[in-house]
Design a protein. Structure first.
Length: 351
């Protein structure tokens, strides 16, 4: 007896015509249900949508692109995370961005961006294939060529981060790092600290200089000395361990760090010296990464409003796509200080 064939296994993808036959309507009616539902009577729309759900019909993205001129895709270049650094912050941003894009009917198309300074290879490739409606940029910094390159070609984009140098270009959303470190100093001053050091990134980093500026501004406002109280290094634990030593040798009773990774290096140096973070030297980080709660003592840190950043990036990009000639919009969002056990009152004579 011949073996019966499995027709479902051989069946191809569900087509618009198949849905139309099952629902007893025209192909145009099915198309309207997908693309212009307001044109249909409610009962017709409900019947077609039910059949679409039952049959698992998925409209062709290529056909939608040809019809609407929009791919509903947003390009985003993924940057590699160097060893011994924290990449969780950008992971949280990407999740927030993808969620906000999905709510607006878009998808985020990821592509690899090589290490080092941003380059244009991935952007050129996606534009040549006409796959994306616009881009979201991150890791913006001084000398970044992407904003000017995309602007020259009329390609919509929004930056998570400011332009930092040269003529301001395009729309961006950023977190006010200076406001955050200013708030950290205010908190430490209220706890009785006067010898407050700043452990930051090397000068020339836009975001790093911004965070240093907030510390400096608050210190000057309170008439506190800053000479010999600023250390700098790359964003790595071992580099932070070395960079914080002169600050501790100078008698700092508190350290504001430009990232949780630098704060972790500070923790390690304190323990090497038989001192305890929080008890002997207060430490505040930046980013409120997942390690902050897990450290002992738990690390006080400045939390970036990444969900808001993701939503605003999508909103500004879609507004730019809809109105290419509108004036640029730029937003600075406030971080919030999450106080934990690492920021305690000064136990030293800090007068």
């Amino acid at each position: 007896m011949p073996r019966s064939s499995n027709s479902s296994a051989k069946a191809g993808p569900v087509t618009l015509a198949m849905v139309a036959r099952r629902a007893g309507v025209s192909a145009q009616t099915v198309s309207n249900a997908v693309n212009s539902p307001d044109l249909l009577r409610p009962e017709t729309l409900e019947r077609v949508r039910q059949v679409i759900e039952e049959m698992g019909y998925r409209p062709s993205r290529a056909a939608q692109t040809l019809r609407s001129g929009s791919s509903k895709l947003i390009g985003y270049g993924i940057h590699p995370t160097p060893p011994n650094t924290a990449g969780a912050v950008m992971d949280r941003f990407l999740h927030a961005l993808s969620e906000a894009a999905g709510e607006a009917g878009y998808r985020v198309l990821l592509f690899a961006s090589p290490p080092g300074s941003p380059n244009l290879e991935g952007y050129e490739e996606l534009l040549a294939q006409h796959d994306v409606d616009g881009f979201v940029l991150s890791n913006t910094g001084r000398g970044d060529p992407r904003q000017a390159w995309l602007t020259k070609r009329g390609v919509p984009f929004v930056g998570f981060g400011r332009t930092w140098s040269g003529r301001p270009v395009g729309d961006w959303v950023d977190v006010d790092g200076a406001s955050g470190t200013d708030a950290a100093v205010e908190h430490l001053v209220a706890l009785g600290h006067r010898k407050i050091a700043f452990l930051g990134w090397e000068r020339g980093s836009g975001a790093g200089d911004d965070r240093a500026e907030g510390w400096l501004r608050a210190m000057k406002r309170h008439g506190l000395p800053t000479r010999g109280r600023r250390g700098q290094c790359v964003n790595e634990i071992d580099a932070a361990r070395a960079a914080v030593r002169p600050l501790l040798d100078g008698g700092a009773t508190a350290v504001v760090a430009a990232s949780d990774m630098l704060a972790l290096g500070c923790y390690q140096t304190l323990r090497e010296r038989g001192a305890a973070p929080g008890r002997d030297v207060a430490v505040i980080g930046f980013d409120d990464s997942p390690i902050a709660e897990l450290l002992s003592p738990a690390l006080s840190s400045l939390a970036q409003p990444l969900e808001d950043v993701g939503r605003e990036c999508v909103r500004l990009l879609l507004a730019r796509i809809a109105s290419p000639d509108a004036p640029p919009e730029r937003l600075l969002l406030e971080p919030s200080l999450v106080v934990r056990d690492s920021a305690t009152a000064s136990s030293a004579d800090d007068a």
